[in-house]
Design a protein around this ligand. Structure first.
Ligand SMILES: Nc1ncnc2c1ncn2[C@@H]1O[C@H](COP(=O)(O)OP(=O)(O)OP(=O)(O)O)[C@@H](O)[C@H]1O
Length: 293
């Protein structure tokens, strides 16, 4: 069942800017990665899902409700992390979190406290003295503290250091286990690879592809370099591995998908050393991005 439905939406800002005929769905309990280079249209799409802007054409719905007309109702059960957070700078972090909690009529503050501890956030200082990473952590606490069924996250790890990025991945995996439905935009391939079930790729305002992550991962190319004791052994191996390239006593082979056939053939030879380089998902996605990030 689809929880988030984006059907042929267009928001045309002129000069080929905006989003055009964008469609994708997020199923119940699914984590969908929304990927695209700067200016591709991720935030514009997300803002239509949040009901901040109305599509010129098409329909966006969450839980069957129209995102523009029924935004208030939808947002009761939705956690949102904006790409750029407008904070009230003269508040302290904790004042801001409590302000949002009041707005959401949140009674139980224990989850907010749990999240602050998890992200090692001391929220007592003034917001205008906080680093980008600290502000991002406050945004994350605000999005997750009401334990919503649906989460829409616009570049959630922007500004976080690698340790905190890993903590964020941990949080998403836990939320996924709890059956939450999550849409998150990202530039970080590693976090998409580790957390998402599918990825939608947007470029120049149009969806290029929506792919299953397992399929993407299984299609990843591996470059394997095998070192043998002599050039003779290497040549014998190449004779049964026609796509292998001989380089003195080494053979370099590209393997896509299943490794079984390669391993069975290699097991007939004495191997001195073996190195496997896996094509990163980033390299894979570059194919869709057309070289630009
Ligand atoms: N209100 C607006 N008026 C005119 N153009 C706009 C407006 N909002 C966004 N745009 C343009 O629409 C395009 C898509 O912007 P959007 O912010 O959705 O991209 P994005 O994929 O979120 O990029 P980033 O990764 O940089 O955040 C950009 O060219 C942007 O300049």
């Amino acid at each position: 069942m689809n929880i988030i439905e984006v059907n042929n939406i267009t928001k045309d800002y002129g000069n080929k800017k905006g989003v055009f005929d964008v469609s994708f769905n997020v199923r119940v309990g699914e984590v969908l990665g929304f990927l695209g280079p700067n200016g591709a249209g991720k935030t514009t799409t997300i803002r239509q899902l949040m009901g901040f802007i109305k599509p010129d054409r098409g329909r966006v719905a969450i839980n069957g409700m129209n995102c523009f007309k029924e935004a208030d109702k939808i947002q009761i059960n939705l956690g949102y992390l904006p790409g750029e957070i407008a904070f009230m700078d003269d508040m302290t972090g904790i004042e801001f979190i409590k302000f949002i909690a009041n707005m959401k009529e949140l009674k139980d503050f224990s989850r907010a406290e749990e999240l602050m501890k998890f992200f090692e956030l001391d929220p007592r200082g003034k917001m205008n003295k906080m680093s980008k990473g600290m502000k991002q952590k406050i945004g994350i606490v605000c999005a997750f503290m009401q334990n919503p069924e649906i989460l829409i996250l616009d570049e959630p790890t922007s500004g976080l250091d690698p340790l905190m990025q890993n903590k964020f991945i941990e949080l998403i995996l836990k939320e996924k286990e709890n059956g939450k439905t999550i849409l998150m935009s990202s530039h970080i391939f590693e976090e998409i690879e580790k957390t998402c079930d599918r990825a939608a790729i947007i470029k120049e305002g149009r969806i290029v592809t929506v792919e299953d992550m397992e399929k993407l991962k299984s299609n990843k190319r591996k470059t394997i370099e095998v070192q043998f004791d002599s050039q003779e052994t290497a040549s014998s191996f190449v004779s049964i591995m026609p796509n292998g390239k001989l380089n003195e006593n080494k053979v370099i082979v590209e393997v896509k998908g299943e490794m079984d056939e390669f391993i069975k053939k290699l097991s007939r030879f004495p191997v001195k050393d073996l190195e496997i380089k896996t094509q990163s998902l980033e390299e894979f996605f570059m194919h869709f991005y057309g070289g630009e990030k």
